[in-house]
Write a protein that binds this ligand. Structure first.
Ligand SMILES: Cc1cc2nc3c(=O)[nH]c(=O)nc-3n(C[C@H](O)[C@H](O)[C@H](O)COP(=O)(O)OP(=O)(O)OC[C@H]3O[C@@H](n4cnc5c(N)ncnc54)[C@H](O)[C@@H]3O)c2cc1C
Ligand code: SF4
Length: 338
């Protein structure tokens, strides 16, 4: 473990001032990812700026009929918040599919977006990794790549984004509110995370001197017809091999609006407008769901150990859409723990 300084930010403006003044500093929220990365010598911040006392812990309705979630709301509080359980159960379900109750108690909303990949080689400092050390190479492409991506990969990196919560936020078309030295701005969720391309070291479009202050959900919550299905090696405490968030709005037995996002398959939650468009106006029968799955997975490419994900994803999409259309969402095993 490296030596580092520890300081607390007193308010958002102070947090921005401190992070902008020191390129070797990092914010710390729940610490559930950052501390692990420091122990593995993957991240080496010289200064930790504790943001846990900032007033970013509320979940409030917005004037536009949506909900604004403070960046420091713990994942458990968010999953069990009445506004989220009732109006955005897809989000609640996705959060409860992740990690463990103890981790969800510590993990923050903002930190969940910024958690880093679980690619084995990213954590193994004895091996080349373009994300950890740009230009060094990608060991996963010819290595053990069972957990890696099948969509949106580049010759420089085939890592996935590991979050469950983000898959639901992508389907719900959330916005990310941030503050920096130039003021405040908001980023559409689809534009927040990046594909690896030639710069796999950059996971997202947040600037190093910016802080996430909130996530905003639009009014439409798809509370009747939704499902989050996570396929993993163990039933708890494991990251998704493939996960699917499906949200539908039905009208007279036909699909009026559809959202479909995949986790565990790409460097960001994976959506394609053509797949969602193909579902609109359909009755939700097998050919329509199969076509949507094919469109969402178009161009998928497997590597030596993860080609199985393509068929797994196709079946998972079909099942999740069927659950959503029938109004019988996947029940998460941790749902009962409060
Ligand atoms: C064993 C284990 C299993 C897990 N399983 C899952 C799982 O199945 N599904 C899943 O989705 N997640 C899982 N997680 C990940 C967990 O959800 C994340 O570690 C957590 O959400 C990160 O939040 P945090 O507040 O602890 O972030 P921290 O570790 O404090 O910070 C993470 C990063 O975000 C930055 N940061 C934090 N908050 C802000 C902010 N407001 N603005 C700007 N930067 C910020 C920090 O500087 C750091 O770079 C697992 C974690 C562990 C350890
Ligand atoms: S897939 Fe990405 S994170 Fe994994 S070894 Fe390759 S460059 Fe590193």
């Amino acid at each position: 473990m490296i030596n580092f300084q520890y300081v607390r930010a007193t308010d958002v403006a102070d947090a921005v001032r401190q992070i902008a003044a020191d390129p070797a500093a990092k914010f710390i929220a729940g610490g559930t990812n950052l501390i692990d990365l420091m122990k593995y010598d993957v991240e080496r911040p010289m200064r930790l700026i504790d943001i846990t006392r900032l007033p970013l812990k509320t979940v409030e309705e917005t004037a536009e009929g949506g909900v604004r979630i403070g960046a420091l709301v713990p994942n458990s509080d968010l999953a069990y918040h009445p506004l989220i359980e009732q109006r955005y159960p897809l989000l609640s379900s996705a959060i409860l599919a992740g990690a463990s109750q103890q981790l969800r108690n510590m993990a923050s909303t903002g930190g969940n977006l910024l958690q880093r990949t679980r690619c084995f080689y990213f954590y193994d400092t004895a091996t080349p990794c373009n994300k950890r050390e740009p230009g060094s190479g990608c060991t996963a492409i010819k290595g053990i790549n069972r957990i890696n991506a099948i969509l949106g990969t580049s010759e420089n990196c085939i890592a996935t984004h590991p979050s469950d919560m983000c898959v639901a936020l992508a389907a719900l078309e959330a916005r990310v509110h941030v503050a920096g030295p130039a003021g405040e701005r908001s980023i559409a969720f689809a534009d927040f995370h990046r594909l690896p391309g030639d710069t796999p070291e950059r996971d997202n479009n947040l600037q190093p001197n910016e802080i996430i202050t909130a996530i905003e959900l639009p009014a439409r919550g798809f509370a009747k017809n939704y499902s989050y299905l996570k396929i993993r090696d163990r039933l708890s405490y494991a990251f998704a091999l493939v996960s699917v968030a499906a949200a539908l709005e039905l009208d007279g037995g036909r699909i009026k609006e559809a959202r479909l996002a995949l986790g565990g398959v790409a460097h960001k939650p994976w959506r394609r407008s053509e797949a969602e468009a193909a579902l609109r106006g359909q009755a939700g029968d097998e050919p329509a769901l199969t076509k949507a799955a094919d469109l969402l997975l178009r161009g998928a490419k497997g590597f030596e150990h993860n080609a199985f994900k393509i068929d797994l994803a196709r079946r998972a999409i079909f099942r999740t859409l069927t659950q959503a259309a029938r109004g019988t969402p996947q029940v998460q095993s941790s749902k009962k723990i409060r």
